[in-house]
Design a protein around this ligand. Sequence first.
Ligand code: HQG
Length: 180
Amino acid sequence: MDQRALVRLSKRMSLALRHRPGQFGLTLDRGGWAPVEDLLTGLGIDRAALEAVVAGNDKQRFAVERGDDGVERIRASQGHSIPVDLGLNPAVPPDRLYHGTSRDVLDSILDTGLRRGARHHVHLSADVPTARRVGSRRGVEVVVLTVDAAGMHRDGHVFYRSANGVWLTDAVPPAYLTGP
Ligand code: HQG
């Protein structure tokens, strides 16, 4: 499969496993897991295609595990808008985290802080290049905000780190943000 086909399939898998499982005939369990076989059927793809996406994914978006019942399951490691419990434990963040976004929304963010929108959490990156990549999805002028994660942690805000290294928190008030 070429790179573009891989990206297209990765996006469909994200849609199925994060946002609209019902549209693909899937039911996710509490932890967000679905049987691999059901995903293959729901998306109409074969095993090799799925494995190419899981293994070749730039961000390791998907995790595959075999349950105690012998059934192989898959889930998205972060980014859901439907209610799932990823079972992540609170983690101590690095002193600084980063958020890449579009310049259009900079004033709004500096005014009201980072909000999670449709997703469960605000997503933060551990380094500037990653934040820049996230922001560039918007396809316009990218800005990177710095988050005083140490200060937030000290003040009782809870952080989680997804299996693929994305930092998550409920909201970032403006006092902890520094603009570009
Ligand atoms: C913005 C991708 C105005 C925020 C990425 C962002 C990430 C505000 C947008 C993951 C705001 C939400 C998440 C405020 C936040 N005023 N705009 N007060 N607060 N925003 O897609 O962080 O590739 O839900 O800046 O790599 O961009 O799908 O969040 O632009 O990890 O695996 O509201 O999605 O992962 O957009 O991206 P999103 P995000 P995947």
